[in-house]
Design a protein around this ligand. Structure first.
Ligand SMILES: [Zn+2]
Length: 350
C-alpha cells in the first residue's frame, strides 16, 4: 500500500511537472479535485468493453515501478496512464512453456471428456486490455458449413488492412499453414489462444511478446480462401469455440471482462446465442449430479471396515462376525479361500 501511495504521489508529481514544466518540487501536495482530474487511467472500463484504438496511442513520457516487478506504470503525454506488463518476465512463465510448440494447431492433445464443465477466463482488468482484431460484420459464422467444421468466424476486409492482437500474449505460431495460409497464433495469460488466418503478411515472430492492439499482420486471402478476409479463432485447451461469445465484431466491443467458458461451447455445433438462461440450469443440474455421485462414493468409502488378522482367524469366522460372506471377503481383497491368512494383514470385511 505504501509503495502504491508513493507511486501515486510520484505520478502526480510527474503529471504536475508535465503541466508546469519547470516545477521539479516532488513533495506531495494536498489532493484537490483539479489535481485528481489531471490524471486519467486508460482505459476506463464500461460494459461492453470498448476496443482500444491503437492509432491514437499517445507517446509515453515516463515509466514508474509499482513494487510488482511484472507491472509498471507508463505515463503518457496526454496526462493519462496505464499499467503495462513486463512481457519478458511474463513470457518466461510455465503456461508459455507447457504444451508449447510452433507448428501444431492443437499442441494440448486433451481428451474432450477430461475438460472441466466450466472455466473462468479473465479477459481484461487494469493491466490487460482488449482490441478488436478487425471490426466488421461476421459474414461466415462459427459452426458447421456444408457439413464441414468451421472453427472460427470470417470477417471480410481489404488486402493490407492491419490486424490487431486481441489481448496481450506470446506468439506461438507464425508461419504458412495449409488451409489457414499465413497464420499467427497468440497464447494469452489465461490459457486462451487466438488465431489469425489468411494474412497477406505476418508482422510478428514466434516467441514475440505482443500487446493488445499491436499490428500482428495484414489482412489477405492466402490459403484456402475465396476472397480477402480474416479467419479468427478462439481456442482453449486446443478446442475452438465461437469467438462471438467474446466479441461483438460489428461494434468492435468485448462482451464481458470475465467470461465463463462452458464445456458445451467447445463443440462445432455450439454457436453464440445471446442470453440463454436454460444453459445455466443445465450446468447447475450437471453439477448437482456430480456432487451427488461424489457424496455416494465418499459414503461407500467411509462404510468400509477392515480387520487385522489375529492368530486363529478364519474367513468363515470373519464372515459371520461381520455379517457378510466368505465369497464377498475374497472379492474385496482379491484373495481365494486357499490364501494363507498372515497374522497382521489387513482385510476388508465390510
Ligand atoms: Zn474461416
Amino acid at each position: 500500500m505504501k509503495k502504491f501511495l508513493t507511486a501515486t504521489a510520484f505520478i502526480l508529481c510527474l503529471a504536475m511537472g508535465n503541466v508546469h514544466a519547470q516545477n521539479l518540487d516532488c513533495t506531495p501536495k494536498p489532493m484537490t479535485k483539479e489535481r485528481a482530474m489531471i490524471l486519467l487511467s486508460r482505459p476506463t472500463f464500461s460494459h461492453p468493453i470498448k476496443s482500444l484504438i491503437p492509432e491514437e496511442e499517445a507517446a509515453s513520457v515516463d515509466t514508474i515501478d509499482t513494487g510488482n516487478p511484472q507491472i509498471k506504470i507508463v505515463l503518457y503525454g496526454d496526462n493519462t496512464w496505464k499499467y503495462v506488463k513486463d512481457g519478458d518476465l511474463l513470457s518466461s512463465q510455465d503456461y508459455f512453456k507447457e504444451h508449447w510448440n510452433d507448428s501444431s494447431v492443437d499442441p494440448f492433445g486433451m481428451e474432450f471428456s477430461s475438460l472441466p464443465e466450466r472455466t473462468t477466463l479473465w479477459l481484461v482488468d487494469e493491466t490487460s486490455q482488449f482490441c478488436c482484431p478487425y471490426k466488421n460484420k461476421v459474414y461466415s459464422k462459427f459452426g458447421y458449413r456444408h457439413r464441414r467444421r468451421h472453427q472460427g468466424c470470417d470477417l471480410p476486409l481489404k488486402v493490407g488492412d492491419p490486424i490487431h492482437a486481441a489481448f496481450d500474449g506470446k506468439v506461438r505460431i507464425s508461419k504458412y499453414v495449409k488451409g489457414y495460409g499465413n497464420l499467427v497464433v497468440i497464447r494469452h495469460q489465461n490459457g486462451l489462444e487466438t488465431f489469425y488466418g489468411h494474412l497477406s503478411s505476418r508482422k510478428v515472430e514466434v516467441g514475440d511478446w505482443v500487446t493488445a492492439g499491436q499490428t500482428i499482420g495484414l489482412g489477405g486471402s492466402t490459403g484456402r480462401s475465396t476472397g480477402p478476409h480474416l479467419h479468427f479463432e478462439t481456442r482453449y485447451s486446443g478446442y475452438a469455440f465461437d469467438p462471438e461469445w467474446l466479441i461483438d465484431f460489428e461494434s468492435g466491443t468485448l462482451r464481458t471482462g470475465v467470461f465463463t467458458l462452458k464445456k458445451k461451447y467447445l463443440s462445432a455445433s455450439s454457436r453464440y446465442v445471446p442470453e440463454s438462461d436454460d444453459e445455466e440450469e443445465e450446468i447447475l443440474l450437471a453439477e448437482d449430479q456430480e456432487r451427488a455421485e461424489a457424496a455416494k462414493k465418499a459414503a461407500e468409502q467411509a462404510a468400509k471396515k477392515y480387520h487385522t488378522i489375529k492368530s486363529g482367524d478364519t474367513l468363515g469366522a470373519l464372515a459371520i462376525k461381520y455379517h457378510t460372506t466368505v465369497r464377498q471377503i475374497c472379492a474385496w481383497n482379491n484373495i481365494t479361500t486357499r490364501t494363507t491368512l498372515k497374522i497382521g494383514r489387513k482385510l476388508r470385511v465390510h
